[in-house]
Design a protein around this ligand. Structure first.
Ligand code: FAQ
Length: 325
């Protein structure tokens, strides 16, 4: 089914397509059973699917530290956060399913490398301070990207984002709280916090996607209000918000070119290494193979659970049918 949709994706200028665009321009939400251009459907499946995969794969770098959290309280908080990410993945798979693709199809495309997930999760989490940096910077970047998506034109995606954003705010604050503790702690803890910032700064800037001149999908996605801002606009807002937070922590953003530009009312900052970004999204980042191996293992080892649940559901519905006859 997904393959058929992809074949007929080309945007058309039919009366239906024009009426559809007029609804988008008027700020109306598009709902699952309504007519939509094949390209709109395909773009949503790609974006929502990648977003769902990011939430699921995104559990791995933090899951790595649950057993080694420094206190019982930190362990409980981290566990709750990682569980929230699983929940986000599930809302998003449900939103994607309303477009005619199944969760299993999406999962298979993740597992065999046909679909992407966020580049950020291909970097390792080496110390406890990385839990602070991930919450502060990675969830911070996610919120910056996702708050505007609450107004996205596709109803189920927009509604999923409203709930997700509430939880992401808690995630960002717990990360910043870890950073505060470490940055105000011993000299060694402060050094760990600085080191985590050094390693996560540029990968966090990459989360917003390539620069606008290299973004393949932005123009069409913005015309359809699937995306509400360009990649560079959101990256700029993220830098402007995050630099004062780093200053409050007494940490240094690892960018010697960083300076306030009075005229534009924002910071000038160095671009990430885009060659590295494209390598990571091609599968050649530091942890790509480890992440995909972990997801494949979970999928294979969970097969008996999925089959058991399906058998139980079939048995239950047969019993209900027979009782009704
Ligand atoms: N990583 O033309 P564009 C989270 C790909 S938040 C990997 O600009 P688009 C929460 C892009 O897919 C993270 N690939 O693309 C959390 C395209 O390739 P394709 C997830 C990337 O779609 C926190 C190509 O480059 N958030 O998980 C990336 O218009 C902590 C050209 O790019 C979302 O997914 C990247 N960073 O804009 C969980 C938000 N950037 O598909 C756990 C929704 C670009 O043609 C712990 N998504 N690419 O093969 C979006 O807003 C957009 O999809 C963008 C990319 C902004 C990511």
């Amino acid at each position: 089914m997904y393959a058929q949709m992809v074949k007929s994706e080309n945007a058309d200028d039919s009366a239906e397509a024009q009426a559809f665009q007029a609804r988008i321009d008027a700020g109306e939400k598009i709902e699952p059973k309504e007519w939509m251009p094949a390209g709109y459907r395909k773009t949503l499946i790609r974006q929502i699917g990648q977003h769902a995969h990011s939430e699921i794969v995104g559990q791995l770098p933090e899951g790595n530290w649950i057993t080694r959290a420094p206190t019982l309280e930190r362990k409980a908080i981290l566990l709750a956060k990682v569980q929230d990410e699983a929940g986000h993945g599930l809302y998003l798979y449900c939103a994607a399913e309303t477009l005619g693709v199944t969760r299993d199809e999406l999962t298979e495309m993740l597992l065999d490398g046909r679909m992407k997930y966020s580049s950020i999760f291909n970097y390792p989490t080496l110390t406890w301070a990385d839990m602070g940096a991930v919450g502060w910077l990675v969830d911070g970047a996610a919120i910056m990207n996702q708050v505007p998506l609450q107004r996205t034109s596709y109803g189920p995606y927009s509604r999923a984002m409203i709930r997700i954003c509430k939880e992401e705010s808690f995630h960002q604050r717990q990360g910043y709280d870890i950073m505060m503790k470490m940055a105000k702690g011993t000299e060694q803890q402060k050094q760990m916090a600085q080191n985590a910032l050094n390693r996560f700064w540029f990968p966090s800037l990459m989360m917003f996607g390539p620069s606008d001149k290299d973004s393949v999908h932005s123009a069409q996605s913005m015309a359809w209000k699937i995306k509400m801002n360009t990649n560079d606009e959101l990256r700029q807002k993220f830098v402007d918000q995050t630099v004062p937070q780093a200053e409050y922590l007494g940490l240094t953003v690892p960018d010697k070119t960083l300076s306030w530009n009075e005229e534009k009312g924002g910071y000038d900052f160095a671009e990430p290494d885009w060659d590295e970004f494209f390598q990571v999204i091609k599968g050649n980042g530091p942890c790509n193979s480890e992440r995909l191996a972990a997801r494949n293992k979970a999928w294979d080892e969970g097969r008996w659970v999925r089959e058991g649940l399906m058998a139980h559901a079939a048995k239950k519905s047969t019993a209900q049918r027979m009782a009704a006859e």
